[in-house]
Design a protein. Structure first.
Length: 152
């Protein structure tokens, strides 16, 4: 198997960060590109919480989320991925699993490396990881979070 492009989806949680040593090891070994993806939840499709927001308010919140995501991605790439030959940052808006699957096809990714669950995970295997594993057209390596492994 030739690995030229590795996708690391992140939600900026410590859980997602657990996959980084594997991402950097793979990319250094194969001199592969690292595609880092963060997905912003589209708040425009939610019900009103405390009354209706006009579209300009939603647009301002989404723009702030986009700027924050890009800033955080830059910090992660500079701090953790310096040793990787090439990293490409992506920010998408929508359902995380769907956006990961779209990026796999769009960028012709060879391998996905992701944590088994994200920041809001209460189960050993999160819904996003499960959807990606079940629907991906490429291999997905899932990294367990500390305490997930069953005792011997």
């Amino acid at each position: 198997m030739e690995v030229k492009k590795v996708l690391w989806p992140t939600d900026f949680s410590s859980s997602a960060e657990k996959a980084l040593p594997y991402v950097t090891s793979l990319t250094q070994k194969y001199q592969a590109e690292v595609h880092v993806l963060y997905v912003i939840e589209d708040i425009a499709h939610h019900e009103s919480w405390y009354g209706d927001f006009d579209r300009s308010r939603v647009d301002k919140v989404m723009e702030w989320a986009n700027q924050s995501a890009n800033k955080r991605l830059n910090q992660i790439c500079e701090k953790y991925l310096e040793g990787c030959p090439l990293y490409i940052k992506h920010v998408a808006i929508g359902d995380p699993a769907q956006e990961i699957l779209k990026l796999i096809d769009k960028e012709k990714v060879d391998l996905v490396v992701m944590a088994t669950r994200g920041a809001k995970g209460h189960f050993r295997f999160g819904s996003v990881a499960e959807k990606v594993v079940k629907n991906s057209s490429v291999p997905v390596t899932t990294i367990p979070i500390n305490g997930e492994l069953a005792p011997d």
